[in-house]
Design a binder for this molecule. Sequence first.
Ligand code: NOJ
Length: 563
Amino acid sequence: MPEQLQKKWWKESVVYQIYPRSFNDSNGDGIGDLQGIIEKLDYLSLLGVDVIWLSPVYRSPNDDNGYDISDYRAIMDEFGTMEDWETLLKEVHARGLKLIMDLVVNHTSDEHSWFLESRSSKDNPRRKWYWWRPGVDGGEPNNWGSVFSGPAWTFDETTGEYYLHLFSRKQPDLNWENPEVREAIYDMMRWWLEKGIDGFRMDVINFISKVPELPDGFVPEGEKYGLGAPSFMNGPRIHEFLREMNRKVLSNYDIMTVGEMPGVDVEEAVRYTGKDREELNMVFQFEHMELDSGSGGKWDLRPLKLTDLKQSLTRWQKELEGRGWNSLYWNNHDQPRIVSRWGDDGKYRVKSAKMLATLLHMMQGTPYVYQGEELGMTNVRFNSIDHYRDIETLNMYREKVADGWDPKAILHAIHVKGRDNARTPIQWNDSDHAGFTDGTPWIPVNPNFHEINAEQALKDPDSVFHHYRKLIALRKEHPIIVYGTYDLILPDHDRIFAYTRTLGREKLLVVCNFYGEETRFCLPEEIRYREKELLIANDKVDEAEGIRSFPLRPYEARVYKLS
Ligand code: NOJ
């Protein structure tokens, strides 16, 4: 049976991502917490999602908001206690939902006891749990740059050597070459699985295998650092490590596993998720997220070309068909808000947010909704760098200012691409701080919470929220949305993104106007049908109207079932 027809609960599910710090604060300290999440579970049930992915809630000094873990088996004090977490799991399961935890094992915090031991002396038994190297010519062991600016190495006085950190200096990379490290991680994973969780989202999991010699990388023109990626992205032993993890841990449970994998291509994704590979269920890849960046990377802004987006999403749809499985997403805690990015967060905010949701949710793969996306929350434009909290943003700002860039231009890039766009508190209602906290929020609330908030959205049958609810419900009613094959139509049209899904004799037709001007849709001749039924739309549609050719209003989206 082709892979896409292998029925699995995680293919039929919709995932909702919670970034706990910004979700809901129950105790007035300005920081979201576990009890705050529990208070909102009925809201998630109403939305209709199946799985909650919880960004890290483990003990952490919060250099990178919990992606720097100092104890994998403890809960961050600001979020609550292990008892709160147990209650959360119980309450999630009581509603028929599932909970997947974030697994961050490419690195730990530098405050994790493993690292404290490792740095204490060269002959400490945990020395080889991390990547230590002597300096070369009075400088770093190689020329790699860190994802969060500066070199990927920090010198440590105690032993006079450098340690590797692909992210911040407080996130030292674990050495997966060492079998003791792998066993310790598998043990920790079993510990959580035995508590009854339903799976893991695995942070930069395709970075864990490094070329052990850690060779210098190529230095692009005008750049300070060499590119280490060829030595750690999809590295030499990655499939061996994941298969080992699968054999020793994952295969013993009925769970969902999703690998966050920057720089993965389709062929590699087939190797990670193919049925007979025994590695992971699905990848979370970034190709479409990179289409509005120039060669200078994320902060090098360039407009999106719709045909590029069609090509990328279509390639993933077609080439994984029957061979692997993908995540579908527009947003997460690292990405700007989609309605500001590729929709219109002004006049057409509601309509364009619904169009983008429709376009994504009718594709094949497991859809992810990031908190606030279902409200059509927008980017924030703080007028001073002082309001920003994200380490990536702050380090980049400092580095570029020091290099003589215009601070205004950097702030503009942050407005467009910064990670804090996704991290402002969820807008629950129009009371102070949007009902997120009774205290002072750790990051300011987006000032547009008076117009955009959950209370208002729940009351309005035409809100973005109710559109997401309908899309999620449709996926449950129509197996074609999960299992049908995909075909792009009008590939060269520069305004319309349209495609079909096919399962047996059934066909879905999805038509989206990606822009704010009216255009005309013409159905390709070869698509024939006897009857049509409108499944969902984001504007009034005359159902008697023929669909061979019709005007498509600004940001209009329609889905028809053809038979
Ligand atoms: C990817 C996570 O999504 C991001 O938030 C984090 O900063 C890095 N991995 C490092 O853990």
